[in-house]
Design a binder for this molecule. Structure first.
Ligand code: G3P
Ligand code: CA
Length: 286
């Protein structure tokens, strides 16, 4: 599966298993990662947070309440405390149609455990999450990637909404490919768009200079298709502009086959999806 590139040799868009195959199993746990691999995903997408004792764990939310039987901020808990939590039963309750007894009691995983389990055979699309809480996570992350030789093997890509986090990583090791995530907020009354962290203006107002600033450190852009209210924030022409500027264009989080088909027709080079199996169906039909 490790093709050493976010774009496959055959030119097909990359299947990025969002938090693992998280439509089928509890996000970022072993069953979700194993299912993503069974579904032949090209990348295992992982959100990384830091525990109170400085361990890097695969976990999306700042708080543990939604996806475990614990409470409070993840960064207020040690790894030992987090390991005692049940990170799977919530999924069975939330998605009874997909429930499986084996999900009960599954653990939060450290990034190191994931690297140990799958090694160089898999590709890891790692997000530095909530860096306002996880101060200085970049150094231990890059050290771990280097320890496993994944910077040289080319099977790690790091993404973030936080530009300073990506710039830090680029300074620590400029051989790790980076993806700048962007999120545009839409004013529901005026329809005007504003980028959440003020990294760029609205897509249609982005200049060559805006793209060039990001190209200083990143090889790709991670874009969302829709705002919460369903307003589409990007279109085919913006995707084409980003491609012309030399970026990989990966869109999150696309779960409907119709949208997958449309975005692939626009030329995107990868899609984040909770359902890698659906994306494989779409790619097969193309
Ligand atoms: O990393 C791309 C996408 O996953 C960003 O959204 O909130 O699911 O991490 P989120
Ligand atoms: Ca993510």
């Amino acid at each position: 599966m490790n093709d050493e590139s976010s774009e496959k040799e055959d030119g097909q868009a990359a299947v990025i298993a969002h938090r693992g195959a998280s439509g089928h199993a509890p996000e970022q746990t072993m069953p979700a990662l194993e299912k993503a691999i069974e579904m032949d995903a090209d990348w295992l997408e992982l959100d990384i947070q830091m525990t109170a004792d400085g361990e890097l764990v695969a976990f999306h939310d700042d708080e543990i309440d939604r996806t475990t039987d614990g409470e409070g901020e993840i960064g207020d808990h040690t790894l030992e405390e987090l390991k005692e939590l049940d990170a799977g039963s919530w999924f069975n309750e939330e998605y009874p149609d997909q429930a499986d007894e084996s999900f009960e009691g599954v653990e939060i995983l450290t990034l190191e455990e994931i690297f140990d389990e799958f090694g160089e055979a898999e590709n890891y699309y790692i997000e530095t999450k909530s860096t306002y809480l996880n101060e200085d996570m970049e150094e231990p992350l890059v050290e771990l990637v280097e320890e496993y030789g994944f910077d040289e093997a080319g099977n790690v890509l790091i993404q973030s909404f936080h530009q300073d986090s990506l710039e830090k990583i680029n300074e620590l090791n400029d051989s790790i490919p980076l993806v700048q995530l962007l999120w545009w907020e839409v004013d529901e009354e005026t329809g005007e768009m504003e980028e959440w962290l003020d990294i760029t203006p609205a897509p249609e107002d982005m200049t060559e200079e805006d793209f060039a600033d990001i190209a200083e450190y990143a090889v790709g852009l991670g874009l969302h298709l829709e705002y919460y209210d369903g307003t589409e924030v990007i279109d085919e022409s913006f995707v084409q502009t980003a491609l012309d500027e030399g970026f990989e264009v990966h869109v999150y989080t696309i779960n409907e086959e119709e949208d997958m088909q449309r975005l692939l027709d626009w030329g995107v080079t990868g899609l984040f999806t909770d359902y890698p199996d659906r994306m494989q169906n779409v790619l097969e039909e193309k």
